[in-house]
Design a protein around this ligand. Sequence first.
Ligand code: IPE
Ligand code: IPE
Ligand code: MG
Length: 251
Amino acid sequence: MKYKPLLEYKNKHQEISPYHVAIIMDGNGRWANQQGKIRILGHKEGFKAVRKAIKFSIKKKIKILTLYAFSSENWNRPSCEINSLMELFLFALDSEIKNLKKYNIKLKVIGDITYFNKKLQKSIYNAEQLTLNNTGLILNIAANYGGRWDIIKGVKKIINKVQQGVLQINNIKENTLTQHLSTRKLLPVDLVIRTGGEKRISNFLLWEIAYSELYFTDVLWPDFDHNIFQNAINSFISRERRFGGFKGYEK
Ligand code: IPE
Ligand code: IPE
Ligand code: MG
């Protein structure tokens, strides 16, 4: 049987920069602690780093930038921190909408946003609709997102189709699940960057990163800048992606 790698994606462009970069933006709280500030001020500073990451992605012609903003486990935090994060999210969406238009950015939010208040849900919906036809950077924000949540949601949709008789069990392939995830319209993730020093995935894109390159840095998210982003890209470019095969051999 001919085996096709799950997330194989080859493109000449990857020699210059990756197509799809996903970032686990960690370390806001520790940054604030180091400055003797309250945690929310770390998140506010983190928002500035988000703008830098977006600008640099555009400059480097990265096609998709997926940012992990709030995980399905982040509800385990004190309610005052969660509320402040939601307010910041709302503020960021409303204040940046003009820039999304100006820079031709298409915004997409993945995650269970039904947990958010109505005002925030409406802002998300508006921003997505207003930028739907933009053709530049695809900015994908993971909010109340969990990789396991997404996989379960996808599996339920598949089971539904099987029960309705529109899909045969034997026809369920890896691509079937790929096509039932929140990220189905996006290209595979080439590079995952995690700031803040931890070397874990924390329930981010689980299925999608099977063959991604991983880059960890101790830099705390509010200190993230163009140089650190470029270091991650340089590391990515220097790596040989084999997808289970080996160099010089093409099937
Ligand atoms: C990441 O920074 C932002 C969110 C998870 C919302 P943290 O708030 O996790 O910062 P640290 O890891 O405690 O420093
Ligand atoms: C991961 O950071 C989630 C986001 C960056 C949104 P966490 O701070 O929540 O991860 P853990 O708890 O250290 O694994
Ligand atoms: Mg953290």
